[in-house]
Unconditional design. Structure first.
Length: 264
């Protein structure tokens, strides 16, 4: 399947996201068998097609929670979840907070961003040289911005759920994750600008971002090569950022606070 076909299919999915999109419908749109289509889509996107569709629907649920007064139950029905319990548990797993907590987090988002900015610049606590159990690299951007970078190692090539290892960077430059257990990870990051509104942070549709389409494999005996990550504007084939960015900021601030208490 050509890239142009995938691009057209992604546009088709976005256009008809409110309709049933079974695998047979998606495969027939590009005139492939479901099996062949699934394999080619996953090669390009890193995710199975129906997983990608489900992720876009959860992103729609986030939008509806912030921009409408619809009930949580009705929002679940809107994205095809017949059970309120199933919708709430899936949302919490992927976003990191419940639908109600997400809807009510506007003020806390503003407060925590202000607290983060008041920290000024902070330094890495660890060396940035490669080593065993260590994932290090440098974040670059051709697009200057004033703000911070949220970066993490995820289990899948989509920023959903809490990262297995994550932090907040005060600027472009080096990052370092230490004590990384053997496994397969995907590096993803996004920027948060100081001037962003709380709703823009909760719904990061336009933030600069990066994601490693190739997995980072950490083994017990090998050294992981230095990684260069470039932030870029969102591309049509980028999966949605489902994890709550305010939750990541809050967790980072709590970690900073605990560190200060321990060292007093």
């Amino acid at each position: 399947m050509e890239n142009a076909e995938i691009d057209a299919l992604i546009a088709y999915i976005h256009r008809y996201i409110d309709e049933p999109l079974p695998l047979s419908r998606l495969a027939s749109y590009v005139a492939y068998s479901p099996y062949h289509f699934t394999r080619l889509f996953k090669e390009r996107m890193g995710l199975p097609p129906l997983y990608y569709v489900s992720s876009l629907r959860l992103q729609k649920a986030k939008d509806l929670l912030i921009h409408t007064n619809m009930s949580v139950r009705d929002i679940g029905l809107e994205i095809g979840q017949q059970s309120l319990g199933t919708f709430s548990s899936r949302f919490t797993e992927k976003v990191g907070v419940s639908p109600t907590e997400f809807r009510n987090s506007l003020q806390a988002t503003h407060t925590n961003l202000h607290a983060l900015r008041s920290l000024g610049a902070w330094q890495l606590e660890h060396p940035v040289s490669p080593g065993r159990g260590r994932v290090v690299g440098t974040v670059h951007s051709d697009y200057p911005f004033e703000g911070v970078i949220l970066i993490g190692l995820f289990a899948k090539p989509i920023p959903e759920g809490l990262p297995l290892y994550g932090t907040v960077l005060s600027s472009l430059g080096h990052f370092c994750f230490t004590g990384v257990k053997p496994g397969t990870y995907y590096l993803m990051a996004t920027s948060v600008l100081w001037e962003m509104q709380a709703s823009e942070i909760l719904l990061p549709h336009t933030t600069l971002r990066t994601r490693s389409k190739e997995p980072i494999v950490v083994s017990s005996g090998a050294i992981v090569p230095h990684r260069d990550a470039w932030l870029y504007p969102p591309a049509p084939d980028d999966p949605p950022i489902l994890i709550s960015l305010p939750l990541l900021v809050n967790n980072f601030l709590a970690k900073i606070s605990n560190h200060h208490l321990i060292n007093q």
